[in-house]
Design a binder for this molecule. Structure first.
Ligand SMILES: [Zn+2]
Length: 305
């Protein structure tokens, strides 16, 4: 009987523990952490937390960079946050309009956090909320998605926003559209650390989607680079250096745009566009899945430039 109970409880423990993928805090600089989510597609196991999140801890509360991609994803991220601090999360910054940048907002609002986003990001979130929820119900499932409602920022800004908490100054800047129309980055000058959201992808290939703007994306990256940060917390991938961020994001976009310009100049069409040479980046994860699609999106954009 005792054994049966033990088996049962371990089975129940396994069942309830299994779906939530815990993210381990990665120290970046003093009081700053990254939570590096999976680089693959959204799934019931990652609850749409397939991205990198950031945390700034001060003596007067914490600031979370991106809330998680669902209510349950936010709850799981909160368990990860508790591994490094008991401070309440006072602010949640949405760095953009992708699901993992904002669909966990409701969870944090209920705990009393103030949510901050660029006005361009909020407009994008409003426009794509229903599409994102439909997409997530397929990838994450209705159980994983339960409790998730679109909730939007309390504080919005057009280009720049600043806050101070526990003596730490935090700047948020929107420079240009990138992966999504409202992608902003978060800069902590005293720690020489920038959280880039979807402006920077490392280790895996970035995605150029129909609403992405590859030309403006280069400008957004340049605004990040102008800070000359010592630490870069990308939107996807582990904390890294500016040179690695440049190699995996900026250089990829520059190459794709240059090859596409040649392709268009020589009379190439949309159907032939996936054949442009991106082989210098084939070491990046998800290359096979995304390279051709990225080429088509950049073709569609550059055709009218
Ligand atoms: Zn993303």
């Amino acid at each position: 009987m005792q054994m049966r109970t033990a088996v049962l409880s371990s089975l129940i423990g396994w069942m309830s523990a299994w779906p939530v993928l815990a993210l381990e805090p990665v120290p970046v600089s003093d009081g700053i952490y990254a939570f590096v989510g999976e680089k693959e597609q959204r799934s019931p196991g990652n609850l749409a937390n397939n991205a990198t999140f950031g945390l700034i801890v001060t003596g007067e509360g914490a600031v979370l960079i991106d809330p998680g991609g669902s209510w349950k994803g936010a709850e799981a991220l909160h368990a990860d946050v508790r591994k490094v601090t008991d401070q309440p999360v006072r602010y949640v910054i949405n760095t953009g309009g992708q699901d993992h940048r904002w669909l966990g907002n409701g969870y944090w609002r209920k705990l009393g956090a103030t949510i901050i986003a660029s006005s361009a990001a909020v407009a994008d979130q409003k426009e794509r909320a229903s599409l994102q929820l439909t997409m997530l119900s397929q990838f994450v499932g209705s159980d994983g998605l339960s409790g998730t409602e679109p909730e939007f920022a309390d504080v919005t800004f057009d280009t720049d926003h600043e806050l101070e908490i526990g003596g730490t100054r935090i700047e948020i800047h929107f420079a240009a559209a990138a992966h999504t129309p409202g992608d902003a980055f978060v800069w902590v000058p005293s720690k020489s650390t920038v959280f880039t959201g979807d402006i920077v992808y490392t280790e895996r290939l970035l995605g150029v989607l129909p609403f992405s703007k590859s030309k403006a994306w280069l400008m957004a990256f340049e605004a990040v680079a102008a800070l000359n940060p010592e630490h870069v917390v990308p939107g996807h991938g582990a904390p890294t250096t500016l040179s690695r961020a440049k190699a995996d994001t900026f250089d990829y976009l520059v190459n794709l745009r240059a090859r596409m310009a040649e392709h268009i100049e020589t009379g190439g069409d949309m159907i032939g566009s996936p054949k442009v040479d991106q082989s210098a980046f084939k070491h990046l994860e998800e290359f096979e899945a995304l390279a051709g699609r990225n080429a088509q999106a950049v073709f569609a954009e550059m055709e009218f430039e």
